[in-house]
Design a protein around this ligand. Structure first.
Ligand code: ABU
Length: 487
């Protein structure tokens, strides 16, 4: 113990090298359109290439640096302008700086004393997001992803109606009813299971052709569930469904919730960022009438995984009353500063990532206007792609996009003209997986596909990265046509 057990000089030298690698391979090369999006390897080949075994002795610096390079080389380049696979993509340099800062600080924003800067930034960012929702006061906390934010909403809703359930559990509660659309995120089911409410008590409300919840169907479901003796509690409306990008009619749903005294949560994980744009915020008209909102800036705003805000209209301390336990070693009431800044008890987590910092620094860098432009650019890029798609042979839309989700089939020449044959749709359902396999093996681009309801597999193209240019979008269409031509 006479001297430190860490060689800080060697550590710093190592980090300097790692930063070079990060900048060159992780930032520059990963966002360079002339590079591949991915370098596909079969799992066993990749295991061997990575030499994953953990041994008794450590390795030297050169070997470790090579390992860092390998991580970057064999990982998918989600910052690449031709990565369209998820609702997140792209690499924002300011937000990445925020992520570096967060990692370096290595603290939890549960108390002001260990994270003074981060607590204040979180407070500021949450207040700005609430303001965009239309609330001048309220509460909130960052959660580890939209699924957890949605689950927090259900938990707080249950607590508000049945405060005693916190201590007594579910055993003497009535059978509760939760409502969300057929297109809602799967986290509503997961959350119901996790909270002991039960997936059977999630009632999936019918949607229209565009994937929007039908308010009359919600009303009917509520009546039906009541007649069966359950107690309706919570409605989750979705602003930007995962696949189709549908926005539920919030005002009509809010009317129903008011009439029945139900908690209205809006899962705006994907579509929330449209609130920044004066030309797109109408998609969420009525959101200010909700009780809570999930909004994931890591998606459309390119903040980096993960950054999910759970926003609450209540400003009476409901969040802390619902989740708080007041651990005496963290949340001492006799501290010398304003202990309302010890926000950790708003969350069921203890250790928590400081996800507000990267959004704060990005917001400082580009301003509210810059964030809005980011959303509008993604919207315009989708319109460009849509127009081009309509001019080309073989592309068939699942529906006209309302937002950024562009859903389509590619019909190879061998299937054209057979649209009325009984096997057409079955054969078409095999096209997207086949094209996807080819593009991944080639490493040229990545785009997601899925079946949905009665629709066989179709592509869901998502553009969130402002680095994407017209050339990338033309390339996208050329590549789909080329890869699908001889299927
Ligand atoms: N929360 C679901 C997002 C998954 C996707 O990127 O499609």
């Amino acid at each position: 113990l006479e001297c430190p057990g860490l060689d800080t000089a060697a550590g710093e030298e190592f980090l300097q090298e790692v930063f070079q690698i990060l900048l060159e391979e992780g930032v520059r090369k990963s966002t360079d359109v002339t590079q591949k999006v991915c370098d596909w390897k079969e799992p066993q080949e990749l295991r061997e290439l990575l030499d994953l075994e953990l041994r008794s002795d450590g390795e030297g610096q050169e070997r470790l640096l090579q390992r860092c390079r390998d991580v970057l080389r064999f990982s998918v380049r989600t910052g690449h302008p031709r990565f369209f696979n998820q609702l997140f993509s792209g690499l924002d340099h300011h937000a990445l700086a925020g992520r570096f800062l967060t990692e370096t600080l290595n603290t939890s924003p549960y108390t002001y004393e260990v994270a003074p800067v981060l607590v204040l930034m979180e407070e500021q960012v949450l207040a700005k997001l609430r303001e965009l929702v239309g609330w001048s006061s309220g509460d909130g906390i960052f959660a580890p992803g939209g699924s957890m934010s949605n689950t927090l909403a259900m938990n707080v809703a249950r607590f508000r109606r049945f405060p005693e359930s916190r201590s007594r559990g579910n055993w003497d509660l009535p059978r509760l009813g939760l409502f969300a659309s057929q297109e809602s995120h799967y986290s509503i089911l997961k959350g119901a299971a996790l909270l002991g409410i039960g997936t059977d008590n999630v009632h999936l409300v019918r949607t229209d052709q565009r994937g929007k919840m039908i308010p009359e169907e919600l009303e009917k479901e509520i009546q039906r569930v009541k007649a069966e003796g359950s107690e309706p509690l919570f409605v989750c409306a979705t602003s930007g469904t995962t696949v189709l990008g549908a926005f539920d009619p919030l005002d009509a749903i809010a009317d129903i919730c008011t009439r029945h005294g139900l908690w209205l949560h809006v899962d705006a994980a994907w579509g929330g960022s449209a609130l920044l744009s004066p030309q797109l915020r109408h998609l969420l008209a009525g959101i200010h009438r909700s009780d809570s909102v999930t909004w994931n800036p890591h998606k459309l705003l390119m903040v980096g995984l993960q950054c999910s805000a759970f926003l609450l209209r209540d400003s009476s301390g409901l969040l802390t009353r619902c989740h708080g336990v007041g651990a005496s070693y963290l949340f001492q009431r006799d501290k010398f500063y304003d202990v309302s800044l010890d926000t950790g008890d708003k969350s069921p987590q203890c250790g928590r990532r400081a996800d507000g910092l990267k959004l704060w620094i990005l917001w400082k860098a580009v301003g509210t206007r810059g964030l809005a432009q980011r959303v509008e650019r993604a919207f315009s890029a989708t319109r460009y792609l849509l127009e081009q798609m309509k001019r080309r042979e073989g592309f068939q839309l699942v529906m006209e996009p309302e937002f950024i989700n562009l859903c389509f089939w590619f019909i190879p020449p061998s299937l054209r003209g057979q649209e009325n044959s009984p096997e057409f749709w079955e054969k078409l359902g095999k096209v997207a997986p086949a094209i996807k396999e080819k593009m991944i093996r080639r490493g040229s681009m990545m785009v997601g596909y899925q079946p949905q309801g009665s629709h066989v597999n179709f592509f869901r193209q998502i553009i969130t990265n402002p680095a994407v240019t017209r050339q990338d979008l033309d390339f996208f269409l050329d590549e789909i046509q080329e890869l699908g031509w001889d299927l």
